[in-house]
Design a binder for this molecule. Structure first.
Ligand SMILES: Nc1nc2c(ncn2[C@@H]2O[C@H](COP(=O)(O)OP(=O)(O)OP(=O)(O)O)[C@@H](O)[C@H]2O)c(=O)[nH]1
Length: 906
């Protein structure tokens, strides 16, 4: 069949989709780039390329990659087939797909609520100080399956945005499956677009229906918020306020995978490949740096990491940096003061200061910078018609500096005792240069941007929540039948017909949507009339440009019993009628942000406060004769100061309190366990240390210690008398002991200082970086595509690889066919697996034996059959086999293979 038109349009958009499934026929199969394709020809001349063996061949997809591939195009042309889609039609279609569900808008509104700052675009993680001891990181989930899978691995709370005017869509439930497999973090639903309902009664009815469906799928009482509509293009303030309150007081339970694996969600990405290398070959492997907060568990040096979607790498370097978004130090003060309301989102262009290993960059908005060339100074000034301002002078003085401070220090020689400083000639020259630049800036005010280097030591643990195993069970409702029938083969699902979910692909609101239909689902008549083209049930296609949730991640809510004390009642939030009384005064203060427009003042204040530090105190320590009232003040501020001033025992006690050991179970258990504070009593060295404290131990050491202390006392007494002269004999008795002991004690101090430093280094080697540290990770030789196709909207997840997870081999898995998957899995089916941090494509053999990087038993696995045409087939995976069970499967493998063969090839 020939195409009716001969033009081929290379589309900018990812996919073109057609739904006239009746009018196609299979044309040919061919292999290109190692992949088997089947082309389908429509009467109208449209061609579909589908991966051979792909489950569904109804969707017509033309990807630009395929179209761009000359090889394929030639093949088609040779056969007389043409890929065709008129530009006009496509443009129209894409335009109609603009309406989305409101993820970005909700993040913007929440950011505005917390910081009183408007953000233009949501790109990459946005870190916000949301309370005295709490930070939140918002991350918008990208609209593709890979993004969803990764998000399920790092999100602590998933907000599922649901277009209320449309109802549930398949992606929501697919994402629930991802969440379930990868640890099941907290979930809240948010209904948007409710203003589309005209009739109040119908709106109420729909809300009820959606709420109950949500509860069926998650658990009874799962929180569902309603956002009733927009005011001036934003969600209603009061509703956002309520949502933010829930977020602020929510408790999180630990998740097992994350407690045993370190991970970093990059909020900054840089290509640090030597420019010359790129110039010679712009497709060379790149060196990159990734920045982000360390989460999960400590990151030890030498740990291998996996970058989701990229691969496994050795860390070329890992450095702890100053926290770019530190928690407020004044913990005793009520509420969060304006100046401490900070946020950090370099990918969204927010955050004036960017920290690097050896530098702090000041970010100046482009529109503030009117010039870049020093030589054009006069010209630019003439152009602007105004005097050089402070910032300008500062930048120019920086530009005039020839040598960096490091270089200057290297080149200079400072003699402490000689009168004439011996300074090298270069340094002198530079001094001249400096002088010039100082001339420009002599009357400058201090740099008010300052460095926020007083990073808080992040420590502590997440508070835990009640066991939600029952809730999880509710999620797997309808999938509990794990009989042998389900091993890869077709199985009958025992699902209540009322609860059975159907997928209906339809053209709705100008775009394709995959509606999740239930027995008693929303009646379309309840909604405002909308153009909807219902296509056949089997016209299975997802428009991957939208999803219905966004995720946000909790950034290190270390500690905060106080902040967690607020009620996270299991009340019915469905009607959103929770009152202020549900929150403690503390919580109210935490979320009460006040006027924050002057948030930048904090930088100035911090700088000033740092300048007020007593230098004497810093250098020589605090005087023993500190006035009593000052001491009292200190103790009052004890909590607001760092951990140094806390009793060791107390700190530990607090940590232990924050960590609910009972909640750690194999499936959905702990995170933020501070393992470093738990002594490993299996370690011989550690238990040897306390051995002598028991009856069976050697008490003679204690006696020796006592003797030593008595001797010391005597020494002290001697030294107390000092030098004296025998007036009768005229003999002088010097206190030689004192001098000697003075020298010895100085030496001892030096030694102990060195020892302490050494210990601290070795501690870092052994313990690794602590969770909560802001890290700079350097990786070498990553594919250039990672840099070329970097999109801040696709979060980069870096996960530490545990011991034994570096190897590759065959894994046996026990698979359950998902209730939505209508076909039988076949041997050699290409399947995309997601296990641990990794996701990769592999082929399946027989049951569920697949080749790939090894993961420990009990690790959740997701298998997706096809991403190319967005057809999602999720396989719930229960990889919870004991070794005996695994052996059993090995023993029965032959039988099962036979059984599957019957299914596979008939
Ligand atoms: N009437 C109405 N419009 C809404 C509502 N929520 C969001 N919108 C509008 O829907 C459009 C899309 O909102 P976004 O926040 O960009 O949606 P999104 O989910 O982030 O979309 P993508 O990032 O493209 O996936 C915007 O024009 C919003 O103003 C709502 O509750 N009612």
């Amino acid at each position: 069949m020939m195409a009716s038109s001969c033009s081929v349009t290379l589309l900018k958009s990812q996919y073109v989709q057609f739904h006239e499934r009746q009018r196609y026929r299979k044309a040919s199969s061919f292999i290109s780039g190692g992949k088997a394709y089947t082309s389908w020809v429509l009467e109208g001349g449209h061609v579909k390329f589908a991966l051979k063996n792909a489950y569904l061949a109804m969707t017509l997809t033309l990807s630009p990659e395929l179209l761009a591939s000359l090889q394929i195009f030639q093949k088609l042309r040779g056969r007389g087939f043409l890929a065709l889609e008129t530009t006009k039609g496509e443009t129209k279609r894409r335009k109609m797909m603009a309406k989305e569900v409101g993820k970005s808008l909700l993040i913007k509104c929440l950011v505005k609520h917390y910081t009183k700052h408007n953000i233009q675009e949501v790109r990459g993680p946005i870190t916000i100080v949301s309370g005295k001891k709490r930070r939140v990181q918002f991350v918008e989930c990208p609209n593709d399956i890979n993004g969803m899978i990764d998000a399920a691995k790092f999100a602590d709370l998933a907000l599922l945005l649901i277009d209320g005017s449309y109802g549930f869509e398949m992606e929501t439930f697919e994402f629930l499956n991802f969440l379930q497999v990868h640890g099941f973090p907290k979930i809240m639903g948010v209904l948007t677009h409710l203003d589309q309902f005209k009739d109040v009664k119908k709106l109420k009815k729909t809300k009820q229906r959606l709420k109950h469906r949500f509860w069926t799928e998650i658990y009874d009482g799962a929180k569902l918020f309603y956002l009733s509509g927009l005011i001036h293009g934003k969600y209603v303030k009061r509703e956002i306020h309520n949502l933010a309150r829930f977020i602020s007081v929510m408790k999180f339970h630990p998740l097992s995978w994350r407690t045993s694996h370190p991970y970093v969600l990059a909020d900054r990405f840089e290509d640090v490949t030597p420019p010359e290398r790129v110039r010679l070959d712009n497709k060379c492997d790149r060196n990159i740096t990734l920045y982000g907060y360390l989460r999960g568990c400590n990151l030890k040096k030498g740990t291998k990491v996996h970058i989701a979607g990229v691969g496994d790498y050795n860390l070329a370097g890992a450095t702890a940096l100053a926290d770019p978004c530190p928690l407020p130090s004044a913990a005793k003060k009520k509420g969060l003061r304006d100046k401490e309301k900070l946020f950090y989102a370099p990918m969204s262009g927010i955050g004036d200061l960017v920290y690097d290993k050896d530098a702090v960059y000041i970010n100046i908005n482009d529109h503030f910078v009117q010039y870049s060339n020093v030589d054009n100074k006069n010209e630019s000034m003439a152009h602007k018609g105004k005097d050089q301002d402070v910032g300008e002078s500062l930048v120019k003085s920086l530009q005039n500096t020839k040598y960096s401070i490091d270089e200057k220090l290297e080149k200079s020689f400072i003699s402490l005792f000689s009168r004439n400083a011996n300074i090298s000639s270069e340094a002198q020259n530079d001094a001249k240069d400096n002088h010039e630049s100082v001339d420009h800036s002599h009357n400058l005010e201090p740099n008010e941007s300052g460095e926020e280097s007083d990073a808080e030591d992040l420590d502590g643990s997440e508070s835990t929540d009640e066991d939600e195993a029952a809730q999880k069970d509710a999620l797997v409702n309808g999938e509990s039948d794990d009989s042998d029938e389900e091993y890869g083969a077709a199985a009958k699902q025992k699902v209540d017909p009322q609860d059975r979910m159907k997928e209906q692909v339809e053209f709705h609101g100008g775009r394709l949507r995959r509606k999740a239909m239930f027995g008693n689902d929303i009646d379309d008549k309840d909604l405002k009339p909308k153009p909807a083209l219902a296509l056949g049930y089997s016209a299975f296609s997802i428009n991957c440009t939208f999803f219905f949730f966004f995720l946000f991640q909790w950034a290190f809510d270390f500690c905060s019993k106080d902040s967690d004390e607020g009620s996270e009642g299991d009340d019915d939030v469905g009607d959103q009628s929770f009152s202020d009384s549900e929150f403690s005064e503390e919580d109210r203060n935490e979320v009460d942000m006040g006027n924050v427009s002057k948030w930048k003042e904090s930088l100035m204040d911090r700088t000033i406060s740092k300048q007020n530090n007593n230098l004497m105190q810093l250098v020589y320590g605090k005087s023993a004769s500190t006035p009593i009232n000052e001491k009292q003040g200190d103790s009052e501020d004890e909590e607001s100061d760092d951990e140094f001033f806390k009793l060791k025992g107390e700190g530990n006690k607090k940590l232990r309190e924050g960590f609910d050991v009972e909640n750690v179970d194999a499936d959905e258990c702990s995170k933020f366990t501070n393992h470093s504070d738990l002594k490993n009593w299996k370690d011989e060295e550690i238990y040897e240390r306390i051995r002598d404290r028991f009856v069976t131990g050697d008490w003679s050491k204690a006696a020796q210690r006592k003797m030593l202390s008595t001797a010391n006392d005597e020494d002290d007494k001697d030294s107390a008398y000092g030098d004296f002269e025998d007036l009768e004999t005229g003999e002088k008795h010097g206190n030689h002991k004192k001098e000697e002991s003075g020298n010895v004690s100085m030496q001892k101090e030096d030694e102990s200082e060195e020892q302490r430093k050494l210990k601290k280094e070795t501690r870092l080697e052994i313990e690794g970086f602590q969770t909560g540290t802001y890290l700079r990770l350097e990786l070498h030789d990553v594919p250039f595509e990672m840099v070329e196709h970097f999109d801040p909207c696709n979060p980069i997840l870096v996960g530490g690889i545990g011991l034994g997870e570096e190897h590759v081999g065959y894994m046996q898995a026990r698979l359950k066919r998902h209730r939505w998957h209508r076909k039988v899995l076949k041997t050699k089916d290409p399947v995309i697996f997601s296990i641990g941090w990794r996701r990769y494509q592999t082929t399946m053999h027989c049951l569920a034996t697949f080749w790939g990087p090894l993961a420990p038993p009990n690790t959740g696995v997701i298998a997706v059959q096809n991403l190319a045409n967005n057809q999602v087939i999720i396989l719930d995976f229960l990889h919870k086999l004991s070794y005996q069970e695994r052996n059993l499967i090995l023993a029965t493998e032959q039988l099962l293979v036979c059984y599957c063969k019957g299914q596979l090839y008939c």
